[in-house]
Ligand binder design. Structure first.
Ligand code: BMA
Length: 324
């Protein structure tokens, strides 16, 4: 966990009378859809501790509704200054940096730099990888996989000497299926040893995650396992509904699920989650933890960025007690 870097944790205690395991920020949405002049919407974004505050990579769709990723900075993790122009990449471990679109970034510090993954348009969606040292100059690497794939999320440290990434093989459209896999790489270029980590659930058992699931936040290392927030989807007569759950993966063998929420932790209920460009979406992409408290960043209704809070020990106990 990157707890040592956190000087100021964005946080609100559980509101009086609230009996939920996780609760929404009273400042939601913390980032408005029009926060920069060029944006149509800002959502599904990732943040990390950086210098004496935070930096992030934000999904902004512009007013032509082109999907791209933008750098941003914050002192407190709540008030953000987002660049008005998308990130421009230089060649990293490849010259091939074509990209028709970029969306749904995740960010994590590994060893000596910040690694970014995103859904990269290259003959269909696949997983793009890049890195930066300062959130000013960015380098793009080889795509991790063939199309079609989405929701690529790196572990924050090597496992058995290899980089590890969760991902979700998909199709070219609004994928009506999807399970979470793990892959390993010795060098952030060649990926293999693909294993299935977790699948959708039977409708009768846990309907909110019965159509497709996808990794969300970079896994947090805890004594009970890797804690990862993910999204689960059900198809309703009005379309897809995206909710948030969490899983504990084995620390040494992260393709092994220890516990996984049967009951969701957060589902669309607030007005800004129910209404927007795509209604009924809660889509986690990052989590901060100071050792006791957790702040999750999630996209709401494909329109804005929001936060939810919870206590680490309560969330872990809840996952265990309400596990599949
Ligand atoms: C998924 C992705 C996400 C989006 C979600 C709901 O397929 O495109 O970016 O938040 O659909 O529209």
């Amino acid at each position: 966990m990157q707890t040592e870097n956190i000087l100021y944790m964005p946080w609100e205690p559980r509101p009086e009378g609230n009996t939920q395991i996780m609760w929404r920020s009273s400042a939601n949405p913390i980032i408005d859809r029009y926060a920069i002049p060029s944006s149509n919407s800002i959502f599904n974004s990732a943040v990390v501790p950086f210098e004496d505050g935070y930096a992030g990579v934000f999904r902004c769709d512009n007013k032509a509704v082109q999907m791209n990723i933008y750098a941003g900075f914050s002192k407190d993790g709540i008030n953000w200054q987002i660049e008005n122009d998308p990130i421009k990449f230089q060649p990293g471990n490849t010259d091939m940096i074509d990209s028709d679109y970029k969306y749904d970034p995740r960010v994590t510090w590994i060893d000596d730099r910040y690694w970014i993954t995103w859904c990269n348009g290259y003959n269909g969606p696949t997983i793009g990888i890049g890195y930066t040292f300062d959130f000013k100059t960015f380098y793009q690497c080889e795509n991790a996989f063939l199309p079609f794939n989405r929701n690529g999320v790196l572990f924050p440290e090597k496992i058995d000497g290899k980089y590890a990434m969760l991902s979700r093989p998909s199709d070219n459209g609004h994928t009506p299926f999807g399970d979470i896999f793990i892959s390993y790489s010795p060098d952030m270029k060649f990926w293999g040893e693909h294993r299935c980590v977790m699948k959708v659930t039977p409708f009768e058992e846990s309907a909110w995650q019965c159509l497709k699931i996808g990794a969300g936040s970079v896994p947090l290392k805890t004594k009970d396992g890797w804690l990862m927030f993910y999204h689960g989807v059900i198809r309703t007569c009005n379309g897809y509904r995206y909710s948030m759950g969490a899983v504990l993966l084995d620390l040494n063998k992260p393709d092994k699920v220890l516990y996984r929420t049967r009951d969701y932790l957060l589902a669309p209920a607030a007005p800004y989650e129910l209404t927007g460009d795509v209604p009924n979406v809660v889509f986690p992409c990052a989590a901060l933890c100071d050792g006791k408290r957790i702040a999750v960043y999630y996209g709401a209704a494909d329109t804005t960025v929001c936060m939810a809070f919870g206590y680490l020990d309560e969330i872990i106990a809840y996952i265990k007690e309400h596990s599949i």
